[in-house]
Design a binder for this molecule. Structure first.
Ligand code: NAP
Length: 250
């Protein structure tokens, strides 16, 4: 594997399983020191163990992305140990309802906004003073941001917001920091269990792709590693759809 991220320090939120874990793993295998985090200490410990066993330089920190103290600790401990930050991947999201938007309770709307959008902004506010020249921010959105589906409509709208946030932050954080976004298609992680464990729905989704398969966490990690690396040094403010050719945008 290429060592494109040698010497870089990368924070990945919600990274003890699924897409976040795969990104941390890929970054680590490409030479980065990675900081993994999620809400549960046990999950953090297990992720750290797995990555260490692959020879990856890793630190684990408990961080619920909407907890201000834990966000601060994530940044502070990273800077204390490594001195600076080169890559931030904001990957955490919640999808707490299948209700229509007009039926969604206010507290659920707040939670969706808080975890899926606001926490990314606040994390980047905290990280900004320590971001190196040439650093890279990656927001994890969703194909659903282009076409919010009926059962996950408001979740989709928060993911649409990340496309705008990517453009706005790319401008605000230039020229020293690039800001890009990944819109994954369907990946069989715990998050997507309710969709892909149903054979009929799974087949339906596969048929909507041109490549006739679901995505893998590794597909998303490969794209994140590219965006974090110097190979993407002239790319900012962009969203890359990694969805096997599912309909998204021109
Ligand atoms: P996943 O496999 O369910 O993993 C979720 C991870 O996030 C776990 O490590 C979990 O650990 C952590 N987590 C959950 N809530 C958190 C919070 N509030 N703060 C910090 N950590 C939290 O999920 P995934 O499928 O990899 O999804 C990752 C991202 O990809 C999300 O932004 C999602 O919207 C996006 N995405 C996924 C798909 C898909 O098909 N899977 C498609 C499009 C977009 P703890 O339980 O220990 O917190």
């Amino acid at each position: 594997m290429a060592r494109r991220l040698q010497g870089k320090v990368a924070i990945v939120t919600a990274s003890t399983q699924g897409i976040g874990f795969a990104i941390a793993q890929r970054f680590g295998l490409e030479g980065a020191a990675v900081v993994v985090s999620s809400r549960k200490q046990k999950n953090v410990d297990e992720a750290v163990e797995k990555l260490k066993n692959q020879g990856i330089e890793v630190m684990g920190i408990v961080c619920h992305v909407s907890n201000p103290q834990q966000r601060k600790e994530l940044i502070d401990k990273t800077v204390k140990k490594y001195g600076h930050i080169d890559v931030v991947v904001s990957n955490a999201a919640a999808n707490p309802t299948v209700d229509n938007i007009l039926d969604t309770k206010e507290e659920t709307l707040d939670k969706l906004w808080e975890i899926n959008v606001k926490a990314s902004i606040l994390l980047l506010q905290a990280a900004a003073p320590y971001l190196s020249k040439g650093s890279s921010v990656i927001l994890i959105s969703s194909i659903g941001g282009y076409h919010p589906r009926a059962t996950m409509a408001m979740y989709g709208v928060t993911k649409t917001a990340l496309f705008g946030l990517t453009k706005a932050l790319a401008s605000e954080m230039s020229p020293d920091t690039r800001v890009n976004c990944i819109a994954p298609g369907f990946v069989p992680t715990h998050f997507a269990d309710f969709l892909v464990k149903n054979e009929t729905i799974r087949k339906l989704i596969e048929d909507q792709t041109l490549l006739k398969r679901l995505g893998t966490a590794g597909d998303m990690a490969a794209t994140a590693a590219f965006l974090a690396s110097e190979d993407a040094s002239y790319i900012t403010g962009e969203t890359i759809v990694v969805a096997g050719g599912m309909p998204s945008r021109l």
